[in-house]
Design a protein around this ligand. Sequence first.
Ligand code: ADP
Ligand code: MG
Length: 627
Amino acid sequence: MADGDQKQTFGFQAEVKQLLHLMIHSLYSNKEIFLRELTSNASDALDKLRFESIGDASLLGDDPDLAITLSVDKDAGTVTITDNGIGMSRDEVTENLGTIARSGTAEFVSQLSGDAKADSQLIGQFGVGFYASFIVADEVIVETRRAGLSASDAVRWTSAGEGEYSLEAIEREARGTSITLKLKEDEKEFLERFRLTSLIKKYSDHIGFPVQMLGEGDEAELETLNSATALWTRSRGDVSDDEYQEFYKHLTHDFSEPLAWSHNKVEGKREYTSLVYLPSKAPFDLWNREAPRGLKLYVQRVFIMDDAEQFLPLYLRFVRGVIDSADLPLNVSRELLQSHPSLDAMRSALTKRVLGMLKRMASDEPEKYQSFWDEFGEVIKEGLAEDFANRDALMNLLRFATTHESAVQNQSLAAYAERMIDGQEKVYYLTAESLAAAKSSPHLEVFKKRGIEVLLLTDRLDEWMIGHLTEFDGKALQDIRREGLELPGDDDEQSSDASASEDDDALTSLVEKLKAQLGERVSDVRRSDRLVESPACLVVPEHDLGVQMRRMLEAAGQEVPDNKSVLEVNPGHALVQRLAAESDDAAFEDLALVILGQAEIAQGALPEDPGAYVSRLNRLLVNLADQ
Ligand code: ADP
Ligand code: MG
């Protein structure tokens, strides 16, 4: 025998060890999912073989009937799941059952807290897969032979799930894989055939291959447990909600129920069936650009590939499901798919279908839609920049916080538009770091006074998104922190009392003095029409970058033009009046810079010189105390 034939022991990748440990504890209350995971792997292995045999029929040999078989050995206390699928070579076993290749795993493991309940949610999203075996087994033995390799190239993998596994070469007559679980002492319930049968019916009925149970005793008959027709090939009316939900879990490994799904057969020029799901929770790697995404692609019921991302735009990357095409070629590769003439039409039809589902949910089940929006709203916003063709549909899906007093904090643009006051022609919005910061912004004062609603945008992408939006239903969107703010009815609001011109003179000289004092720190100083309670605020010149965009670009290390804001002062405010009356130069400087600093703080920024700002403020407070 060659050296490699001896039994050798290896350590698991560190993250596998950690994950195994946490999984066994946090998934205990869901322990029967091991069976779903193992049958799902077996079905994947059959799918892969069927796919490879398109190019090389000899892989099927004299064993063309693909199936999954369960057997129980009560004396030994074992359950075995066997498939005659693709199998694994020795290298594949090491790669697949010793490491977790998915990117972001380390980060994911570091998020686990050790709190069983919280972790089980996360682990559910991550997908436990094969390792779920160790929830119920002391020891797991995998025997496998890759299709196309010879009987002596088979391998046995054994592990107690505690940090190491061993590998040895074996002889195996048939291609495929069998996985044997030595059940833990208190998991013997899984030796009961009735229990196994009902679990298969519950979890795996929709699998497109027969799942059989090997009979007891010598007669050893095979009983088929499932209906063995791929779920999406059945007609909608024949599939129950439960079945749709189970299929979703099989497909995604998600523990939570899907939020919604849509199952459709398209006939005519292009024929295909699609079954798409909206998850109820965002996956942990939603923002990882490399994370797998896309639909599972079948051609004429033959599995072709996982994660076919070509069928949906990037901003719908959270959609899961299956597409089964009747007219794509069986040998379609990712590259071929990309340039296939049917692709654009299918992609645009699927995109419309998903947006239609969301539209319906938003109108018929607003609470459900809200929970969707909370999870995926930020991703939908990307669509406004990405998908011009569906802009109107996307705009109607947006939800915002607003200043409307009775509004739940999530309003559509249409609801805003309905509440616009007489003469209002624009949709007003304010961006800020947080909702609290937005609500206390001095820029809102005049809007509150006049009863005009303002959208409060606090997601980091909002300003960028608004840049792509520009108008809703013919109404321009207006950043209320910008210059040139026009409010409805501005013309007839001119005050005309007798002292106005005297006040104007005093104000003009204050403005000039402030400009001289503040110099380069502001681009201009002006009288404000938007302030009621605050002495001053900063306003962004009309064509400059917005505050949020500026911050985002700076954070990304990009060079940003050094534009200055305009300081607007409220002539009606006592501090401004005091400033106008101040004759001492040093005191004027202190007060002027404190007012500017306050305006900077209200905008969520630090004054340019925080230490100096604090000293000036303290001098003013001490003076105040002395008076
Ligand atoms: P996933 O199914 O999400 O890839 P699993 O942990 O369930 O993750 O399985 C890990 C890998 O092990 C699979 O991707 C597959 O390559 C391999 N594998 C597991 N079970 C089988 C099997 N019965 N036949 C062939 N390969 C298998
Ligand atoms: Mg799996």
